[in-house]
Design a protein around this ligand. Structure first.
Ligand SMILES: Nc1ncnc2c1ncn2[C@@H]1O[C@H](COP(=O)(O)OP(=O)(O)O)[C@@H](O)[C@H]1O
Ligand SMILES: [Mg+2]
Length: 578
């Protein structure tokens, strides 16, 4: 019998070289780790430990050189363990009630980052650990020699000392990826800590339902808290961040501090999407007041900690309670995504029998709803997103009013002026002999007589250190302003009964507080004209008041000089605080 390739044929796959090519499957590190976690979950593991080991490579660069996964799941009997590294092998091939089904995840993910795979497993406590391995370099060598690449049967073998602390007491599996060559510092992340944080962040979101239900997943000894982009779960990462912020952090006295400390989002929509006999669920939430706070805080420290910016326009696709995608989906929002949308949570949950509709791929990354399904989701979002935006606007409107009551009408300017005053000439006025009395009187003028002792104290505490205090208060008589000097501080009360306040100040203020476009332009123009009239009349009335003195230049000359100089200086330093 001739044995030339012409008659016996040739292997359809060049194993070693094909595997080398398959290294570029495009896995992110968290997604790759996710494949191994999936397998542990499906083997009924309750605790999954991951360890990233750092080292220095041949070129002297720091890198993660090895990744270890340990679970306390069912383990694998020898027949199955031998197949572990085999591409295409699955004990749940193409099933629709499992997470895995393609039989490629565990291998492609490992090869994406390293070139060697070791697995130890046992199915009961009193069996020895069995070991298999696959080494790409060995395989390529064998292929070069013309040998067929084969997986030898598992052998009893002790788990190396280095991993002993990760081992389960009974059944379980340890997977080790080594010769990791794709995680040099600067490649996927600047340094080890950033890489680890990224991994923690992603895994805590991808596996949030499992973690929330009590499965323990840890990364380098740190147990993950679930991260829910809908902000409906409790005991989450966000809850911890918010609790810290409102109990010991910057939010201790914030007006949007929730009482009790509960941080659940509002559900805007929770609706079934029918596809044949199956259904998916679309959920839309708006983050709570304690998170949205006031306009303009979408990127501050708290927002970054809560992972708010990355939620902008993102939809979380949950397949079988495991997230497979969290990104923007083209053409699914009826209108362009807007900045405040980062406070809106959107998830679509479905079961694996709908995989084809959701465009699920073998690498379990990304979802691309097919046309008809996309249309249905789009229709529902068309109602829900504007509803969420509207509610957010009303939250922010409330917050603005609240903040004003709290800080006084002139608060923002007074803070800016205090800063500007630091470098200006110091007051020479002797000041009121009873400064505390003046402050008490001011508190009564501003808060009324019914305010509690605590409210008065808070108010006085706030204005005590300000060099200038301006308050709009109601007092009888024709006086427009009342000025008092205490301890180098200037207190100006503006009479809200005065025509200047009623016809110029108040209408201007209300236009300034409204949304651009919310006011009729004729109203704005009318107010602007009245303002110019009022400012001109202010000057004329001042001149007229001067003229009541016999020698105005002597009496008021210095006042005019200082006034002009300070006005110029303040206007150059205080700008755009409203
Ligand atoms: N941690 C584990 N515990 C028990 N069995 C496992 C574990 N990891 C993998 N397996 C077995 O190896 C097979 C191959 O895994 P994988 O390549 O991820 O394919 P899939 O998950 O699609 O079945 C699984 O079907 C399962 O039988
Ligand atoms: Mg799998």
């Amino acid at each position: 019998m001739p044995t030339s390739p012409a008659t016996t044929g040739i292997p359809v796959v060049l194993t070693g070289q094909a595997l080398q090519s398959l290294r570029e499957s495009g896995y992110s590190l968290p997604a790759a780790l996710g494949e191994v976690i999936d397998n542990s979950l499906e083997a009924n593991a309750n605790a999954i430990r991951i360890r990233l080991d750092e080292g220095t490579n041949a070129r002297g660069k720091k890198h993660v050189h090895r990744i270890i996964f340990a679970d306390d799941g069912d383990g694998m009997a020898a027949e199955i363990l031998q197949h572990y590294p085999q591409i295409g092998f699955s004990t749940r091939y193409m099933r629709t009630d499992t997470i895995g089904k393609f039989g490629v995840g565990a291998k492609l993910a490992a090869l994406n980052f390293g070139t060697r795979l070791d697995v130890w497993s046992r199915t009961t406590a009193n069996e020895p650990w069995l070991h298999v391995h696959f080494d790409l370099a060995e395989a390529l060598e064998a292929e070069k020699r013309g040998e067929e690449i084969r997986l030898v049967p598992p052998q009893p073998s002790d788990v190396p000392q280095d991993f002993q602390d990760l081992l389960a007491e009974d059944a379980g599996t340890i997977v080790v990826w080594s010769n990791v060559d794709r995680l040099e510092h600067g490649m996927r992340a600047d340094n080890f800590d950033k890489l680890r944080l990224e991994v923690e962040k992603e895994l805590s979101r991808i596996f949030r339902v499992f973690i929330n239900d009590g499965i323990a997943i840890s990364v380098n000894g740190k147990e993950l808290l679930p991260h829910d982009p809908l902000m409906l779960m409790t005991g989450t990462w966000a809850e911890k961040v918010l609790t810290d912020y409102y109990t010991t952090g910057e939010g201790v006295n914030a007006p949007w501090k929730p009482d009790p400390l509960e941080f659940a989002a509002d559900v805007i929509l929770h609706e079934e999407v029918k596809i044949g006999d199956s259904s998916a669920w679309l959920t839309v939430t708006l983050y709570p007041r304690s998170v949205v706070r006031k306009r303009g805080l979408g990127r501050d420290k708290l927002a970054l900690n809560l992972r708010i910016p990355e939620n902008l326009g993102a939809i979380s696709f949950m397949r079988h309670d495991r997230e497979i995608s969290y990104t923007n989906v083209p053409r699914i929002f009826a209108t362009a995504v807007q900045d405040p949308d980062r406070f809106i949570g959107v998830t679509v949950s479905f079961s694996p029998e709908l995989d084809e509709y959701f465009g699920v791929r073998n690498v379990k990354r990304g979802a691309e709803p097919h046309d008809q399904l996309r249309e249905k989701i789009r229709k529902l979002l068309e109602g829900a997103i504007p509803e969420a935006r509207k509610r957010l606007d009303s939250y922010w409107g409330d917050a603005q009013r609240q903040a004003k009551e709290h800080a006084g009408e002139h608060g923002p300017i007074l803070e800016a002026v205090a800063e500007a005053n630091r470098t200006m000439p110091k007051a020479r006025a002797e000041g009121d002999p009873e400064p505390e009395r003046v402050l008490e009187d001011l508190a009564t003028d501003v808060l009324g007589t019914s305010a509690s002792a605590e409210e008065r104290e808070t108010y006085i505490g706030r204005v005590r250190d300000l060099p200038f205090v301006v308050e709009s208060v109601d007092f009888p008589g024709k006086q427009f302003i009342d000025v008092r000097h205490v301890n180098g501080k200037v207190i100006i009360e503006l009479n809200t009964r005065h025509r200047f306040y009623r016809e110029m100040w108040a209408p201007l203020r209300s236009i300034a507080d409204s949304e651009p476009g919310a006011r009729h332009s004729s109203e704005s123009v009318h107010t602007a004209r009245r303002t110019i009239e009022a400012l001109t009349l202010l000057l004329i009335s001042y001149g007229k008041a001067e003229s009541m003195h016999e020698n105005p230049n002597e009496q008021y000359g210095e006042l005019r000089d200082y006034w002009g100089m300070f006005l110029d200086s303040m206007m150059s330093k205080v700008k755009d605080v409203l």
